[in-house]
Design a binder for this molecule. Structure first.
Ligand SMILES: *Cc1c(COP(=O)(O)O)cnc(C)c1O
Length: 466
């Protein structure tokens, strides 16, 4: 058979893709008819597709290319490591240099008492590790009845059976027998969609206190851990009210419940600090990391574990691990990525310069007739689309109809902005320049104008009944 190349005609690439490639979170038949957009190369914040379009990537791939595309240092690190030692495992009392260096580097970067690292191949795998680790922790502590993990509706923790069960995506739970037992979901701190009867501050407290209510219902002696993203990413960049995290911290401390901060998106500069836990004053026992850890150049995830938890887990044989736990090439690339983030001061530049600029420019979209609230922290933001700002109404049409139309307009205008239902989200590479931020916002506004026109023409600006 012929192997196609990035220079092959788009129609051929699409036909072969449609014939054999099953896409994640995609309706295959519909995509096969339409043809996938084929991305062929990328540099900095810009993608090129098979038709030669240059597209501004407002999503950093899938929330991960923090350092931007095209860094040859990372390619060189992978090349060197493949020649030296392309693979070895970390089972059976062996180790290798990239894994031990990366573990030490993560311990240095992470908050004070998080000094131990268990590697995985992805964020989903790392959360599966966490699920088993917190339950094993309590077993080893002589409290084996502490097995329930509390999570939140509309959280995203991955797509494996374990991590998908920890997540609170109802569409995922509806397929394939999830959630597994022992996971309890509470409501999310999503003020715009669910909290309009109250102030954001009061609502944030109320949604945090839902954790205490759940703990008391289940019985504190049965609860192992609470898991949450500092900012829900895939759920729509839901930034909790300021009152939320301090109250959550008070509650987990009071009942001695382990706190897992899922930093897969928030980690490595996304919120303007190295970790979202710093931005929101969270003191986790375990942090999940992936995505920005390697800026997506290699698949890798990890659990960064506190002294308290690691000392207990270390007393038993933890019967868990992946062939690619601490894969040497992935570790070498992640180390090089962290070196560049640190030495080039990328996180500081986000915090002090580009994130404040993005905030100012992105918030200017609030005056658009289609836009309700605008939320942003660091380099992650979202716009709620609404047919009626005054009442914060949802659309009468199926959720996601307006968001999809807006995303299609963004695509047509060579901007990648994703939609989550009727929320538009951005999460650009951390290296985005002020000029590129201007381009992003200009294209977003144009796309909103075109989406509004289309929604009006199709009679879709009707509000759902309150
Ligand atoms: C993407 C994501 C995951 C899952 O990571 P994968 O590498 O896709 O398995 C877990 N948690 C959060 C918060 C994520 O955004």
């Amino acid at each position: 058979m012929t192997i196609l190349t990035p220079n092959s005609p788009t129609a051929e690439l699409q036909a072969l893709d449609a014939a054999h490639h099953m896409h994640p979170f995609t309706q295959g038949v519909e995509l096969a008819e339409k043809g996938a957009r084929i991305i062929t190369r990328a540099d900095g914040c810009w993608l090129t597709d098979s038709d030669g379009n240059r597209i501004l990537d407002g999503m950093a791939g899938l929330w991960c290319v923090n350092i931007g595309y095209g860094r040859t240092e990372l390619a060189d690190a992978a090349h060197r490591q493949m020649l030296d030692l392309p693979f070895y495992n970390t089972f059976f009392q062996t180790s290798h240099v990239p894994a031990l260096n990366l573990a030490a580097k993560l311990a240095e970067l992470a908050p004070v008492d998080l000094n131990h690292v268990f590697f995985a191949g992805s964020g989903s795998e790392a959360n599966d590790t966490n699920l088993r680790m917190v339950r094993t922790y309590w077993q080893e502590k002589g409290q084996p009845e502490r097995q329930v993990i509390i999570s939140r509706w509309n959280a995203y923790h991955g797509s494996s059976v374990g991590s998908g069960s920890l997540g609170g995506m109802k569409g995922m739970h509806a397929q394939g027998g999830m959630p597994i037992p022992g996971i309890h979901h509470i409501d999310q701190p999503h003020w715009w969609a669910e909290g309009g009867y109250s102030t954001p501050e009061a609502f944030g407290l109320e949604r945090a206190q839902a954790l205490e209510t759940a703990i008391l219902e289940i019985g504190p002696e049965k609860v192992a851990a609470f898991i949450a993203e500092p900012v829900q990413g895939a759920g729509g960049v839901i930034i909790p009210p300021d009152t939320y995290w301090p109250e959550i911290q008070r509650i987990v401390d009071k009942y001695d419940i382990l706190l897992i901060a899922d930093e897969v998106i928030c980690g490595f500069g996304r919120t303007g600090n190295w970790f979202g836990s710093e931005t929101f004053g969270i003191k986790p026992d375990i942090m999940t990391v992936a995505k920005g850890l390697s800026s997506g150049y290699q698949p890798i995830g990890a659990s960064i574990v506190s002294d308290k938890v690691a000392s207990v887990i270390g007393n038993t044989e933890f019967n868990h691990g992946y062939t690619y736990s601490g894969h040497p090439v992935a570790c070498a690339v992640a180390l090089e990525n962290l070196r560049i983030l640190e030495e080039e001061g990328i996180v500081e530049r986000v915090r002090n310069e580009t994130a404040p600029y993005l905030k100012e420019r992105f918030e200017s979209l609030a005056d658009h007739p289609l836009v309700g609230e605008v939320k942003i922290v660091g380099m992650m933001g979202s716009l709620a689309l609404t047919p009626d700002k005054a009442t914060r109404a949802a659309f009468a049409a199926d959720a996601g109809t307006a968001g999809f139309i807006c995303r299609e307009r963004c695509f047509a205008n060579n901007l990648i902005m994703r939609h989550v239902g009727d929320r538009m989200v951005i999460s650009p590479p951390l290296v985005i320049s002020k000029e590129e931020i201007d381009t992003l916002v200009t294209r977003a506004r144009l796309s909103l104008d075109e989406a509004l026109e289309r929604l009006q023409k199709d009679g879709l600006m009707q509000a759902a009944p309150a």
